[in-house]
Design a protein around this ligand. Sequence first.
Ligand code: ARG
Length: 397
Amino acid sequence: MAERVVLAYSGGLDTSVAVRWMIEQWGVEVVTVACDVGQGGDWDALIGRAKAAGASEAVVVDCREEFARDYCAPVLAANALYENQYPLVSALSRPLITKHLVAAARAHGADAVAHGCTGKGNDQVRFEVSTRALAPDLEVLAPVRVWGMTREDCIAYAAEHGIPITATREKLYSIDDNLWGRAIECGEMEDPWAEPPAGVWEMTVPRATEPRDLTISFDAGRPVAVDGDALAPHDLITTLNQVVGSYGWGRLDMVENRRVGIKSRETYEAPGALALITAHRDLEALTLERDLQRHKIGLEHRYAELVYDGLWFSPLKEALDAFVDSSQRFVTGDVRLRLEPGRCFVVGRRSPYSLYDYGLATYDAADSFNHADSEGFVKLWGLGIETWAAKQAQAGD
Ligand code: ARG
């Protein structure tokens, strides 16, 4: 059995109770690690709560830049959307948090890491598989999966042990948020027919009424500026969340397949991430050679599945990253998005490496395309079909 445990700490009810419960039940020493991935919150209060629960140390790591640069930017380059919709918000932060858990375990001489996930979700998969990839010698503990306490039991346990939590008996939603977006589950939304109540939205509350344009500049697939202002990745995503979100755009309401076999109704808001993917995809259409673009589109879903399924640290993901990186060499240029209440769409794109050739595309006098070349080409292109039509298509009727 482990002696010293590093716990991924959110500051919420479950992980706060987990600190004390592991100390009492398993006789371990607990170090908590909280990662700032842009979710906001009162870090001093969080440290106080961890200590009140019995943590010997409460570490907070500011991971915002790292998260934007090493996690959000690569999934943007891959246009990664799980089941064609979900930009991997929670799935993206788990490998980063695990990396910092492992680092803290090494720094504090711990022999185990722990998380506060239940047995029904994807996050346990991501924490555990990532830990096994990075530090196979560390044990992974999952107190919430084994303790058999209800929410009420946890609140009573916290009260008995003087752990200052703000949770109430009625927990409406399970929320997980970071720079890349926000996931809202549970409550009324467990009925897939029920519309999400207006109160669940935070990042996409409509405020703006006047349409406006927004130009996003990319350099080799990475977003670098908004309306000509160069911004660090973290600031750029924050800016887009605010501006695009104010138009009430960037919401998702979907039924998704969890790794553990459960279908789950999920709601998300990710205005910045979805606007960036919309713009980035469009710039790729302008700058990627056709076969490269088609092949990349074919791999994007697989990439998203790997991240969703907890395989961020895996050889296939690494190889796909190499492919995506190579594909981004000329994805440089600007995309102009129009924002209107409830809408965000591309109205213009340009690139120094654009493969769009006006002379080839135009139907006016500047046309430089040799029309005569098409005759033989189209004939040969259709030759196989012509042969099939003559010999087989009508046969057997
Ligand atoms: N279903 C999403 C995912 O698996 C969101 C998970 C959100 N986690 C949470 N603790 N509420 O990525």
